[in-house]
Design a protein around this ligand. Structure first.
Ligand code: BG6
Ligand code: MG
Length: 221
């Protein structure tokens, strides 16, 4: 196999945290008098915290100073942290542990590549931090997806060349970030939305090493 490193986005691939982000952003939007729907929430997937707030303010045609923006982002994050602090290993999405274990047994290196600054907390709550050889997250990168920084950083930490990494991503911005990093990308979600991914699965329960090898063969040779 040419692939040596597997990089997993966290939110939407390993855990379904979009619902908690939505509840916290919704609470903030209500407070600001902005109508924010679940459909709007789709636009926030993979997008950094401050960029997400900017999108909501744009929806509500609302202008705030940088200080106010930081205050509101912190408020939203405190509510979000309340939700994720109650997560347990039962919140890991189906097939994830089995697939990663299979990859590890085959000697592949595994990393997280997430925009979230809450990555360490989530990994602690769901108890699978030790399955990853490296974690690149919102705490160590400056540029948000679709910038490739987080995936390049993950590959660097693994010591694997970007072109020998595969990324698992559920967000359009994340798929683009993987492509910008020169990596092969498997979309997790719907093929109608993740049109730029090389292959799309509905969840990691659909993945195994044999399938990865055959997808790699079709796409890379
Ligand atoms: C991404 C989520 O993984 O992390 C986004 O898909 C979120 O919705 C981003 O805005 C930043 O997360 P956090 O936890 O740092 O606010
Ligand atoms: Mg995601």
């Amino acid at each position: 196999m040419r692939i040596r490193g597997c990089i997993f986005d966290l939110d939407g691939v390993i855990v379904d945290t979009a619902k908690y982000h939505y509840l916290a952003w919704k609470r903030l939007s209500d407070q600001l008098g902005i109508i924010f729907t679940e459909e709007d929430n789709e636009r926030l997937k993979g997008v950094s915290r401050m960029d997400s707030l900017d999108i909501i303010l744009e929806i509500g045609k609302c202008k705030l100073s940088d200080t106010q923006k930081h205050e509101y982002a912190t408020l939203k994050n405190n509510w979000y942290v309340d939700y994720i602090s109650r997560m347990t290993p039962d919140d890991i999405l189906p097939g994830c542990v089995e697939f990663i274990n299979e990859l590890r047994k085959a000697g592949l290196l595994i990393a997280i590549g997430s925009a979230s600054k809450n990555t360490p907390l989530i990994l602690r709550r769901i108890g699978i931090g030790n399955m990853f050889d490296a974690v690149a997250d919102g705490n160590i990168v400056k540029k948000a997806k679709p910038d490739p920084e987080v995936f390049i950083k993950a590959a660097d930490l693994l010591g694997v060349e970007p072109e020998r990494c595969v990324v698992f991503e559920d967000a359009i911005a994340g798929v683009q970030a993987a492509i910008n990093a020169g990596m092969f990308c498997i979309g997790v979600g719907s093929p109608e939305i993740l049109t730029k991914a090389s292959y799309v699965i509905s969840g990691l329960h659909e993945m195994n090493l044999k399938k990865l090898k055959s997808i790699e063969k079709k796409n890379l040779l």
